[in-house]
Design a protein around this ligand. Structure first.
Ligand SMILES: C[S@@+](CC[C@H](N)C(=O)[O-])C[C@H]1O[C@@H](n2cnc3c(N)ncnc32)[C@H](O)[C@@H]1O
Length: 352
């Protein structure tokens, strides 16, 4: 086991105890590596527990435990193989209670990070995001090479890293009790909180695939709580990011986080109704849409994007059903079909 994994092993074995936290002396970057391992381990265990439940029906799980680990890490969880030795150090009996322990410890760990000076939190976030990029890239290569079962992709596209939002300070409780004027015919995801955001893995996959050019502008149309812009601010500080969002409390939270991490030079969030007829969406290289609009607003917004695409190349990233709208645009305008990932959940369109 690597020193980090030994630390993780002891962290999962002992109950939380403020003063004796085994990671207290690590640097911010080492804590980021520890966090990434911890959260992947947590998701891996969750995934394995579903599989184990099926296996336990037919056979004695205690005897099968090591074989089970070997089987699963050489197929579905190949990209996380480095965690196999760590799990092998537990017994089958301990394994069964491990998800709960890992969840508890993650909460505990995040509370610790939130108490660190902001500069250290910034270093932690940057490193954690960079490491996540590497793990997703590694998995992508394995999937492309046919070395890994597609199902594991769904596993890592799951909401593995949502805990980072607490460090960003994205307080989704602001959505509770949210009311909308009934006259407004928009899709505002009232009360959706966390569910309003693209997952970290979707964002990182999109950034990897579109490779935005140096210094370009990237606009999130309906930016929610701002995760897209915050991630870009950390990973691509050269990009001029703008997020427009109808719901003011979401924009306020995005702006507080932007200021906390000193990203305000390149990351801007505005409260804006994109259905407003006299508002013109600025030109950009990349536009991002995650199911934001009513039909009328889609038509109004897409007309503007088409207008821009007639004199410059644009990239439109869609998550969810926004893809269907863009497919129509691509057909009408003679753009190539969008490239699809995760069964079309993420799609990337490029104008001619
Ligand atoms: C599903 S969320 C996507 C959030 C973010 N883009 C992401 O992917 O993480 C869609 C957002 O679009 C916003 N929205 C809907 N209609 C809008 C409009 N007319 N003008 C601006 N924002 C709008 C909603 O309030 C919601 O926060």
């Amino acid at each position: 086991m690597t020193p980090n994994q030994e630390l993780l092993f002891s962290f999962l074995k002992i109950p939380p105890n403020g003063e004796e936290l085994p990671f207290r002396t690590l640097t911010a970057e080492e804590k980021a590596a520890f966090y990434v391992d911890l959260t992947f381990l947590e998701s891996a265990i969750r995934f394995m527990q579903d599989e184990q439940w099926l296996l336990a029906k037919q056979t004695d799980f205690s005897e099968q435990y090591q074989n089970f680990l070997h089987g699963i890490f050489s197929s579905n969880l190949l990209s996380l193989q480095y965690l196999q030795e760590l799990l092998a150090a537990f017994t089958a009996k301990q394994f069964k209670s491990l998800v709960k322990r890992a969840e508890e410890q993650e909460r505990y760990f995040i509370a610790h990070i939130r108490q660190m000076p902001v500069d250290e939190q910034r270093r932690f976030m940057r490193k954690a995001l960079q490491l996540m990029v590497q793990v997703f890239q590694h998995e992508h290569v394995l999937v492309q090479g046919g070395n890994i079962r597609a199902r594991s992709l769904a596993f890592s596209l799951y909401r593995t890293f949502d805990g980072l939002d607490q460090i960003f300070g994205l307080d989704y409780s602001a959505d509770i009790g949210m009311k909308t004027d009934l006259k407004i015919n928009e899709r505002l995801y009232e009360g959706a909180g966390l569910g309003v955001q693209s997952s970290y893995s979707t964002l990182l996959t999109a950034l990897r695939e579109i490779k935005p050019s140096e210094g370009c502008r990237f606009i999130d149309l309906g930016s929610g709580y701002g995760r897209v812009g915050l991630v870009i601010g950390f990973l691509r500080p050269d990009i001029d990011f703008i997020g427009y969002e109808y719901v003011k409390h979401r924009v306020d939270i995005s702006n507080v986080s932007t200021a906390k991490f000193g990203l305000e030079k390149n990351v801007h969030f505005y409260t804006q109704d994109l259905a407003e007829k006299d508002f013109k969406i600025p030109e950009a290289e990349v536009y991002y849409l995650y199911d934001p609009f009513s039909k009328e607003t889609y038509l109004h917004v897409l007309n503007q994007l088409v207008e821009v695409s007639r004199h410059r190349r644009i990239v439109v990233v869609t998550k969810g059903n926004a893809r269907l709208w863009l497919q129509e645009v691509a057909d009408q305008e003679g753009w190539p079909p969008g490239r699809e990932f995760d069964q079309g959940n993420l799609a990337i369109f490029v104008s001619q």
